[in-house]
Design a protein around this ligand. Structure first.
Ligand code: PA5
Length: 456
């Protein structure tokens, strides 16, 4: 299988010029620290919250069997989760399911269920979705690592009431499957008392690092995505990033370039801009990974640092006509990552125009892919010309192997970046604080003191 490539050439002084690019001595000066950071991550593999490094080698047998056993049984799969319990599945679905999958006839979907992902508590959206689903033929996959997150639990309670009304209390458990911590949390308890099938999210895997666990893989298996391909791609990337040294290591290079751009050149904003509609939600997943892992108040020594790069989502070519003006001429505080694709599944030729449209003759005879590639190249060039840096990750094609590798690459890069910034990349105290405040406002027992703080 071909591997993805990472090109950092347009971050270097030679490409962007003057004092605004990375000089060879800057790269050389970081190499030892980069290797130390990578070694620290590798040494901790599987321990603490680094359980995500074990995921590529997991046995997906039980979830594949569950999916096979239930193939053809459900018309719809409703995933209820938020943050890391939803973003990876959304990215997977957009990348690997056919476009407009939910509109296909059952035979065109291989009798696999339509996929809906509820990651918000907007009442209009929730009610509209539940009204639309044929609940008697729906499987609801509730996903929550903690098993307590208010939004997901509220979604569960609302969906459960509707399901019970539609199928009755006895059949309820036939329409539920939970993905949660192996032992802890309210969801685990509910599942055990109702006899709901449950899949484990291993204790050492945090939400935003969980896409290659049952969190992403169960919906993937149920909708017929290539689970084995995803894991093979992730395994290959795990081997690559464990073996390659210094700047030849794609995860180290990604982390190192972003770290230097931020700390040495004042470019704190990391824009991810895929030139593939299939990868548009990969940027949402990445935004959470990069932001929640690296945005921290204190460093490992407890010093107040209020550090962290700012991830921004964009899409080529669409955002060339929306955000690019800012990137080329606005504040020089960004580094762009282009996600390119070597080969698209479909060739769409642009027809030669008739005599009435001779001004468009330059387009005729090309393909849409050629236009997309030209747009990506010209955007990268225009940025360099203005002294703005960019990196390019190119996937040979968008398939399960490439996706598995890309997820793992960015997770590894995030872990290495955490070492460089000297922060805990695996906690999220800011998010937890917000969760606790919500519990207090909603009257959860045990949070009365916080409720008084908010009121007072
Ligand atoms: O990455 C994280 O840990 C968070 O974004 C969580 O995924 C998110 O808060 C949802 O938490 P949970 O899966 O516990 O419901």
């Amino acid at each position: 299988m071909d591997r993805l490539t990472l090109d950092i050439g347009r971050c270097l002084q030679a490409a962007v010029g003057g004092g605004r690019g990375l000089a060879p001595e800057m790269l050389a000066g970081l190499t030892t620290r980069l290797e130390k950071a990578r070694a620290t991550v590798l040494d901790a593999a599987g321990n603490g919250m680094l359980g995500w490094m074990d995921l590529p080698c997991q046995d997906p047998g039980p979830l594949l069997e569950f999916a096979d056993r239930n193939a053809g049984r459900y018309e719809s799969l409703l995933v209820i989760g938020i943050g890391g319990s939803a973003l990876g599945t959304t990215a997977l679905a957009t990348a690997l399911l056919p476009f407009y999958y939910n509109e296909l006839e059952p035979a065109e979907r291989g009798r696999r269920p339509r996929l809906y992902i509820l990651d918000n508590v907007d009442p209009d959206e929730t009610a509209a979705l539940l009204d639309r689903l044929e609940l008697g033929r729906t499987l609801v996959n509730v996903i929550s690592k903690s098993g307590t997150t208010g939004e997901s639990m509220a979604g569960y309670l609302v969906a459960r009431q509707r399901l019970e009304a539609a199928v009755g209390a006895v059949a309820l458990k036939e329409h539920l499957v939970f993905t949660t911590d192996p032992t802890a949390g309210t969801l685990r308890k509910i599942g055990a008392s109702l006899g709901v099938p449950m899949f484990d999210l291993p204790a050492g895997v945090g939400g935003r690092f969980s896409v290659l666990s049952a969190v992403g893989l169960l919906p993937a298996a149920l909708t017929g995505m290539d689970v084995m391909g995803l894991l093979a791609g992730a395994r290959d990337m795990a081997e690559w990033t464990a073996g390659a040294q210094g700047w030849d290591n794609p995860a180290s290079a990604y982390a190192g370039v972003h770290f230097l751009q931020d700390t040495a050149l004042g470019r704190r904003v990391s824009v991810m801009m895929p030139y593939s509609a299939r990868l548009r939600h990969l940027s949402d997943w990445y935004a959470q990974l990069w932001a929640e892992s690296l945005g921290k108040a204190v460093d490992r020594r407890g010093r107040m640092v209020n550090t962290g790069p700012l991830p921004v989502k964009a899409l080529g070519v669409t955002d060339q006509h929306s955000q690019l003006q800012l990137y080329v001429e606005g504040p020089d505080d960004k580094v762009l990552t282009f996600l390119g694709v070597g080969e698209f599944a479909t060739t769409v030729a642009i027809p030669a125009p008739g005599p009435e449209a001779e001004a468009l003759a330059y387009l005729g005879g090309h393909t849409l892919a050629e236009l997309l590639w030209a747009e990506q190249r010209s955007t990268a060039w225009a940025l360099s010309k203005s002294g703005r840096p960019s990196l390019t990750i190119t996937l040979p094609r968008v398939d399960a192997f490439a996706l598995g590798g890309l997820f793992y690459l960015l997770e590894m890069a995030t872990a290495i970046a955490g070492e460089l910034y000297d922060v805990d990349a695996f906690d999220q105290p800011g998010v937890e604080l917000g969760k606790k405040m919500t519990y207090a406002l909603m009257g959860r027992p045990g949070y009365e003191a916080l409720a008084e703080v908010i009121a007072g």
